[in-house]
Every structure is written in structure tokens, then in C-alpha cells.
Design a protein around this ligand. Sequence first.
Ligand code: F6R
Length: 250
Amino acid sequence: MPKVPAFHIFPSAKAASTALADEISQLIRSREAEERPTVLGLATGNTPIQLYAELVRLHEEGLSFRNVVTFNLDEYIGVSRENPESYWQFMHSHLFNRIDIVPENIHIPESTVLSENLESYCSSYEDQITEAGGIDLQVLGIGRNGHIGFNEPGASPEVATHATELNSVTIDDAAQAFGGATQVPRRAITMGVKTILGARRITLLAFGTGKAGIVERALNPGITAEVPATYLQSHHDTTFFLDQEAGAQL
Ligand code: F6R
């Protein structure tokens, strides 16, 4: 049965990140005890950096990722793995290079797929998620415009992994990292809302005053394509992990 997402407001972003890292580590350990892999859906951006730092710390204390399979939400089209702004680089520097995950278990959408192959590439990404057994726990951030992954305002809940155009708010938010709005890629591959809603559990991290308004809209009962994060209201097990600032309007 769908239910409106739960939310927890923590004293700080670090406390929220630690709580989610603890949940992930318990999941990994319990699945390992059953000799089953854990399939994680992962996000990039500023928000999950402390989560990944905490997972690295837990790894240093003995948590193993050898039974973990990961699928990243998205990647810019045309940004090669070597580009420091690629999500491939982000994930490797913040997490994958610092834990014992098996490289073959890492999945990040390929940024250099030729346009004529994009559709089949996206459907093969979906197939890989299915073959892995589906996503046990998805980590999300939220854009100031309510996007999840790169499912921008107007996104359909029926669409799985696909190539999409970035919204102007998303381009503005990425402008600094790319050295100006004109340098920001216009397109990305993203898991669709359908893919995200297929995860058995969804967790969304949001921190800071800049996210307070959109967090309130996402949790305000009523689903609208204009705020894709409201689609999470149709999922049966979603929790928002917030700091005081992001939760200030709740
Ligand atoms: C990243 C992603 C995006 C971000 C969102 C928030 O993989 O899919 O939806 O989660 O744009 O970004 P930050 O965390 O930088 O505010």
C-alpha cells in the first residue's frame, strides 16, 4: 500500500548521513548473513558526500562491500569518465576507490553512447537492474525544482531509464562546477521515475535552507508531474532524511 513518505529531521547533515549509513550497513550485513547480495541505487551531488564518507569509515571498521552491487541514477551525456565533473569520477573518488567493491558490480550510465544506440543502451541498463534482482535501497537527493535523478518537472511516472534534457534550474545549479552555464551538458541518461519507484526502499537526503521549500512541496499530499519528487508519495516505503534547515517548513 502506498503511503506518504516518512521524514526524520536530524540535528545536522552529518547526523542524517550517519543514520542512513547505519541503515545501509545493517542491510548489507543482513543480506550477507542470508548469502544474498545487496543492490544499492546511488546518487551523486553535494548532498550524499557525507554519506559516502561515513560508508568509507564503516568500511575501515570492517564493513565489506564485496557482496554489494550498485547502480547510479544518472550521468551527463558527452562527459567522459576522465572528466573531473563526470559522475564516474565523483563516485570513484568519494566511494568506490575507497572500499572493497568488485569493479564489475559497479554500474554507472555510460556517457559516450552514440545517439542511435541510446535507447537500446537504456533498456540494457534496466535489464541489468532486473538481473541483479532489483534495487533493495535507493539513495536520492532532490533538485531545487523537485527533480529526482534527472527526472525534471513534467516527467512521466511510466518512463524507465532514458535520455533526457536538463531543466534550466538544473543547468544553473551545475554552472559553477562546469565553469559557466554554457559549459554544462544539456542532456543526461537517467533512471526513470518508474525505475526509482521499483526500488524496494527509497531514501532521500536533503540538507540546507535552499531545499526547505521543495522538501515541503514534495511531502505536501498530492502528486504532480511539476514536482517529480511527489511521485514518491505513491511508493510504499520512502523516508526523507533531513537536517534542521531542510526540514524547517514541515
Ligand atoms: C544526482 C542526482 C540529482 C541530485 C540533485 C541534488 O545523481 O540525481 O537529482 O540528487 O540534483 O543535488 P545536490 O545534492 O548537489 O543538491
